[in-house]
Design a protein around this ligand. Structure first.
Ligand code: SF4
Ligand code: SF4
Length: 101
């Protein structure tokens, strides 16, 4: 279990990865419109829709040049959904606009 007061950039790689609940939503294509991020319903072609896992996880940013590995900086950029565990510590986090189901 991760200490709530521990900052994201102080986590080990294993602690960092364990925060992800594998919802896969951040693997859907996004549109940046005037600085506001909108999620689309189009999944990345490397996302296995049955398992919700990336087929090329260890080499994901080599296979897909637009795939960004999550870092504290990427988390702070506001592209993750508002209920993603990585952004729960950010006060008043709005998050992107999600495509309606
Ligand atoms: S949105 Fe968050 S919890 Fe869901 S897959 Fe992405 S990083 Fe993991
Ligand atoms: S390549 Fe990146 S965006 Fe595509 S499924 Fe894998 S982790 Fe998700």
């Amino acid at each position: 279990m991760i200490n709530e007061n521990k900052k994201l950039d102080e986590l080990t790689l294993s602690q960092w990865e364990s925060l992800c609940d594998r919802c896969a939503r951040c693997c859907y294509e996004k549109i940046d419109f005037n600085g506001r991020i909108f999620y689309t319903k189009k999944p990345c072609d490397q996302l296995d829709l049955k398992t919700g896992l990336c087929r090329v996880y260890t080499e994901r940013d080599q296979v897909r040049s637009d795939c960004q590995r999550l870092t504290p900086g990427v988390v702070a950029a506001g592209i993750l959904p508002a209920d993603c565990p990585y952004v729960q510590h950010i006060e008043n986090y709005e998050g992107p606009t999600m495509e309606e189901e």
